[in-house]
Design a protein around this ligand. Sequence first.
Ligand code: GCV
Length: 636
Amino acid sequence: MCDYSQLWLDWKPRKDLPPWTGRIIGMPASPQGKAALRELREGLAALGAAAKEDGPCLRLEELPGEGEGYSLSFEGGGPVLSGPGRGLLYGAFALLRQLSLGESIRPETSAPRYPLRMLDHWDNADGSVERGYAGSSFFFRGGRPVCDARTRDYARLLASVGLNGCCLNNVNVSGEALELLTGKYDQTLREIGDTLEEYGVGLWLSVSFAAPLDRGGLPTADPLDPAVRRWWGETCSRLFRAVPGLRGFLVKADSEGRPGPQTYGRTQAEGANMLGSAVLPFGGRILWRCFVYNCAQDWRDSQTDRARAQYDTFAPLDGAFADNVLLQVKNGPVDFQVREPVSPLLVRLERTKRMVEFQLAQEYTGQQRHVCWLAPLMKEVLDFAGPAGKVKDRADALCAVSNTGDDPNWTGHDLAAANLYAFGRLCWDPDLEAGSLAREWAGLTFGPDRLVEDTVADILLRSREVYERYTAPLGLGWLCTPGTHYGPSPEGYEYDRWGPSHKATCREIGVERGPGGTGMTAQYGEVLGARYGSADTCPEELLLFFHRLPYDYRMKDGRTLLQRIYDDHFLGCAEAEAMAAAWDALEGRVPEEVFRRVRARFREQIRSAREWRDVVNSWLYRLTLIPDGKGRKIYL
Ligand code: GCV
């Protein structure tokens, strides 16, 4: 008996299955094609299809190649699913999904929008997960990597939503994880790689830029040093042969104390390209993170703006990166806040391959104790239009920091699984609507029950704005407790070396990033820069990200800025209570265990939301001595 759930792959019986679901013909030969057949056999049986010897059938037709698309047509009363092995696998999951949701099966052709769609794990070799809120790692146990039944079930989950890559270990590489490069774990890595590969998921490893020093016995990690280049070449030559499923490396360099090319006076491009050439002979790629900023700031220094840093470092290097290097760019210019503008790098790079990085692990968005469904945020980023087009049309790949762990429900909060689901589906098709994704996930997870579907979809769709209101409205961000990033501490980061700060006084709040301030708005180019650069034209939800304003600044609806902040905290808190009540009404309609777990998390969300409301509102009241216009109690 398995001690963890299968999430949305727990197919529920249906009575309305078409007759062809009882018979499958076709014998795919590739590992992924075989997996498709197995999934269909098991999935259709679970959906309640009665096996038949003759009559209409589903036919699988495997085509040669590594492509990922599939097509579904109808012939003789039954569908024909055709495509290369990988395509068959995605087509099989699509068929099962549609049948499970009671949708009619229609002819279609489908292919993923991005060639690389991956999850990054921040799993450490000791089994802990950095910013993990769903238990321990299932990739590392007892200080070493493991490959077991859960590895395979995880690969199934990823494939079922169209994901095809997975980076096993934390970008902050330390301790035993450094041995992943040395040969000590080649056998296990090979098993993991093969298991993932069966479901079309490529294996990636995070590596330390200082590995030649730490594990190679060299005196330097200078990317232009011939001995360093030789060491990486030899290491890759062994590793890629030993682990055929390996696709490349993810690198966090010159970031938050991690080693990088800057130490040797080299550029990010020189560092990334050196690794690019080491993996090139094996068809490998380098994912190079752009999260480079000064994390040792003096709070009195008003010129250094962390929000500027990534663009300032990487934009001048546009075009200098090798073809097999992709820049991994966080969705916003600072760090995964509930609301940030889109990173200017994502819209301004012209000649560099880039992948958008989202964070499903809810580090700043309630740590999987609060519901915060991120599909609307992801859609907002993907649909954002810069001078050269929309982010979704200019991105070469998408990735997200995984929100999974070894908890029985994978994601800690049962509703957080909807984040993983939506991310995968948006990687396949960024044009999907958040509303239909919410319903899809609810339908697959809880079965056909209109009230459950409506309620869950409504909770998911509201949740991000609710969280935003009671934590950090108007793009302020960073009012959280330093270090843990859970709960309110409005002055916590104020005099801190990590940089983000609101510089609130009794008169004004926010950092001025327009032309009269740090000038960050110019990074967006002329049109967007002008829009963001003036408080009059800046979208209100980002007002305090870009501007420093007095508390009596008039919002578009006539309220003062301060009144709006007070109101948002009261409203967000009341909305969290309403979402919890809506969930309570589902008692008896969703599995008892899930009902209780989610109810317990909602209780914590309400407690925490009230704390946020009271701490932030009291802090501003004490600073400004301006009371709430509606006469509510705002102090603790
Ligand atoms: C993996 C934030 C997190 C860190 C994380 C870092 C990153 O700063 O707090 O835990 O480190 O982002 O993305 O590299």
